[in-house]
Design a protein around this ligand. Sequence first.
Ligand SMILES: Cc1cc2nc3c(=O)[nH]c(=O)nc-3n(C[C@H](O)[C@H](O)[C@H](O)COP(=O)(O)O)c2cc1C
Length: 371
Amino acid sequence: MAELKNTFGQSVAVTLFGESHGPAIGVVIDGLAPGIPVEEDFIRDQLTLRRPWGKLSTQRQESDLFQIVSGVFDGKTCGTPLTILIPNGDTKSRDYEKTRFLARPGHADYTAQMKYHGFQDYRGGGHFSGRITAALVAAGAVAISALAHRGIWLKTHILACAGVRDSSFAPEEQALKAQLEALRGSRFPVLDHAAGERMQAAAEAARQSRDSVGGVLETAVLGLPAGLGEPWFDTVEGVLAHALFSIPAVKGVEFGDGFALANLRGSAANDPLRMEKGRVVTGSNHNGGINGGITNGMPVVFRCGVKPTPSIFQPQQTVNMETGENVVLELEGRHDPMVVHRAAVVVDSVAALTLCDLLAMRLGVDWLAGR
Ligand SMILES: Cc1cc2nc3c(=O)[nH]c(=O)nc-3n(C[C@H](O)[C@H](O)[C@H](O)COP(=O)(O)O)c2cc1C
């Protein structure tokens, strides 16, 4: 592991840069094949899915007007590093001055202090801010549309939030495809809209108690070829989890039935194989489309546990990092009472970038461009 690096990926590598209240944030994607269409309208649409809205999000308003400053010519990738810059606009750094040395419980203020020795830009959470995920979403949009051109679709829904549960993904591939289609463009992506209303009401009740809520995101990827991934270390689960754990507030990742598999008998946990239209399929998908670290051609299904937003407006016990005193923190600033819904598109983006990397390693860099 290299110290002080913010790059992930082997063939398709992503570097993130920027701080929440600095002039701009951005991303460099290196290793994308030449000739992949870059659809700016789609990047804009994806950024809209992440942008704060309504009472359940921070009141910080960002236009997310991005600029592609390298790597694209005539609407297609050049094969050189693709850089996207997103200027920061609505910053209110003064909110953070008073509590500069007071580490927010659950946030990265104390760990940033230990790693960067006080040189970190603390304003708005600096490099640890959810704001940085806008850059990931912009890069992810390029990856998502490249995958779609190759028949690979992925989408995330809010499986659970504030104790309310959404319907599950359908086990059957055609029905699952229709569900992914129905989630497209949703800023609160749920399969059951009544459940979505109840989630929002429960989150609003938490907000009114100056508190926050978390939830579980569930993602399905359709159309991946069998044979991606390595049997040891760079398993598909391992590589995806590595990337997904970079998303701020993601504290758990599981594949297929995940931890629930531990309570099943083998007869219930195994996915029986059969031939269908000249291809091997499985009758169930408890293993989430991955066996031995390698894709089996069935939908890859995984879940991310997202914790409640750490910045809450109740008094909290903490430490003044400058004086070493025990103090009570009463927070100011603008924070999301829940980030689960906004994190859904971030999960799609991170997964798509990671899958582009795995595909490029298995099938060659040019495969993504259709060559
Ligand atoms: C889209 C998004 C927005 C976020 N907004 C906030 C926020 O407004 N306030 C906050 O305290 N945390 C927010 N977070 C979560 C923190 O950035 C995160 O909890 C923190 O960096 C600590 O990292 P960890 O929770 O992974 O340990 C957000 C996360 C995401 C994905």
